[in-house]
Design a protein around this ligand. Structure first.
Ligand code: NOJ
Length: 495
């Protein structure tokens, strides 16, 4: 009886996990970002960025007053970190360039040679170990000098970013095949210039996040065109963007909730993806924001408009789409929406919340909902005509950074299964998956309290000692077998 029970348990367990091998060329990787791991905030000529400024002048912004001054000290320990990446046996490593390390005041008229050398060394070390570098040009750490000139809400930033991107292509493009212009613009535009909960901490909800996004989209498109015209023929790389969203599950089967789900996805994801993959902002955004702006007594929409030429210029500017997906939420329309409420969430006129029944990670927004990833990937495929997708982030946070991180193992296994299901059952074109993160690191406002690493970092030791968690062995095994369960069907080589 007990034997039967175990068998049934195993069967039902495995029934939910995909048992097809991942394709031979599927890329498995891991990721970090500059401010979260590098430290050396003012060494070797690096300039100040908006996070340095915010957390030095306002330490209460983060839990325990943590900041990125030293964090994992990866600036000095990059060789050790590449050795960890190598040991994982991954195909790729996604990291970001610190704009102020390369250009201390943000402008290309002053280049910091030590910063250039640092990233050349890092890329060389990766290549020497057969690891493909995936380079994010901007992961939230704007040089303070550019913020003083207006930051992402000033139209000048488009040219500053274009100069910076061109420099990155010129300096490093010989050894880089995958570029990502921006990481999660929705987060840094909304939290940085709308809600004010991230650097530079500006509260201008309802206008700030839209202006920021408008400039980000133009900057992204300009960088893509620069690459296309000046570098592609010699460097043969690809340029994409990384967008983030939850899956938004309709709270009930009602038509209203299904529409609310789509509206939410348009406001979060379509805001950036629609101009790039289809042209212009999603219709529901244009309509809602225009209607609400007029009702607020304004003479025109708070959502900036693209000219017809700009729509064409931005459209088609992604060789691949990076998707950061961790979590899901339930969604329904707001009944009697307050027309004076400001912010992109208010403008969407839908509300979302987490079900009490879902298992939580340490991050307040993270719930373990692996079933959401397949639904999201299917939605993206249908909306944007089957783009090439790489999951650029997915991962699980805990508080204690335990080495026995079985919850992280379960999470990665189940989400990867959802990704494989989407490839198998829906024909979604996913070519890679990236665990966030290589290391426990500075989780922005949550400081060092939310730990996502495959490797534990001892932040109390001056050496910042790294120790493999159990998930390292688990991920190594998946990469070796390309399989999530004990035995996989190899559909690629079946016939
Ligand atoms: C989003 C961001 O890209 C990254 O910086 C952050 O640490 C993780 N996801 C987890 O929140």
């Amino acid at each position: 009886m007990e034997y039967l029970y175990i068998l049934c348990f195993l069967a039902s367990c495995y029934a939910t996990l995909n048992n097809k091998k991942f394709p031979d060329d599927f890329m498995f990787g891991t990721a970090t970002s500059s401010y979260q791991i590098e430290g050396a905030w003012n060494e070797d000529g690096k300039g100040e960025n908006i996070w340095d400024r915010l957390l030095h002048t306002n330490p209460n912004f983060t839990v325990n007053g943590d900041n990125g001054d030293i964090t994992c000290n990866s600036y000095h320990k990059y060789k050790e970190d590449v050795a960890l990446v190598k040991d994982l046996n991954v195909t790729h490593y996604r990291f970001s360039l610190a704009w102020a390390r390369l250009l201390p005041n943000g402008h290309v008229d002053q280049i910091n040679d030590a910063g250039v050398q640092y990233y050349k060394n890092l890329i060389r070390e990766l290549r020497a170990n057969n690891i493909e570098p995936l380079v994010t040009i901007y992961h939230w750490d704007l040089p303070q000098g550019l913020q003083d000139e207006g930051g992402w809400t000033s139209s000048d930033i488009v040219d500053r970013y274009a100069d910076y991107a061109r420099l990155c292509f010129r300096l490093f493009g010989g050894d880089v095949r995958y570029w990502m212009t921006f990481n999660e613009p929705k987060e840094f535009c909304w939290q940085g210039y709308g809600e004010g909960t991230n650097a530079p901490g500006i509260k201008a909800a309802g206008t700030g996040e839209y202006l920021c996004a408008h400039h980000v989209l133009k900057a992204h498109a300009t960088a893509w065109h620069i690459y296309d015209e000046e570098f592609r023929s010699t460097q043969n790389g690809q340029v994409g963007i990384v967008l983030d969203t939850n899956w938004y599950e309709p709270a009930t089967n009602s038509t209203e909730d299904k529409i609310a789900s789509d509206t939410k996805l348009q406001f979060i994801f379509g805001w950036y993806a629609n101009p790039i993959f289809r042209g212009d902002y999603p219709e529901v955004m244009r309509n809602n924001i225009q209607r609400r702006s007029l009702a607020q007594g304004l003479t025109k929409s708070r959502l900036p408009e693209f000219t017809p030429e700009e729509i064409e210029y931005v459209k088609g500017t992604a060789d691949f789409l990076g998707v950061n997906m961790y979590s899901s939420a339930l969604v329904a329309p707001i009944e009697n929406p307050d027309v004076n409420a400001m912010g992109y969430e208010a403008d969407s006129e839908v509300r979302d919340w987490l079900s009490e029944n879902w298992k939580k990670g340490a991050s307040p927004w993270l719930v373990v909902t692996p079933w959401g990833v397949q639904k999201l990937l299917r939605w993206i495929k249908e909306q944007y005509n089957n783009p090439r997708i790489i999951i650029t982030e997915n991962g699980y946070s805990d508080y204690d950074g335990t080495l026995d991180d079985v919850d992280r193992i379960d999470y990665i296994q189940q989400y990867l299964s959802g990704v494989r299901d989407a490839m198998d059952e829906d024909g979604v074109d996913v070519f890679g998956y990236t665990v966030w993160s290589l290391l426990d690191n500075l989780e922005w406002v949550y400081g060092f309290t939310n730990k996502f690493g495959l490797y534990h970092v001892d932040f109390n030791s001056p050496n910042r000692t790294r120790t493999a968690k159990k998930s390292v062995g688990f991920y190594q095994n998946i990469i070796r077998t390309r399989c999530l369960v004990d035995y996989c069907i190899d559909i690629q080589n079946y016939w």
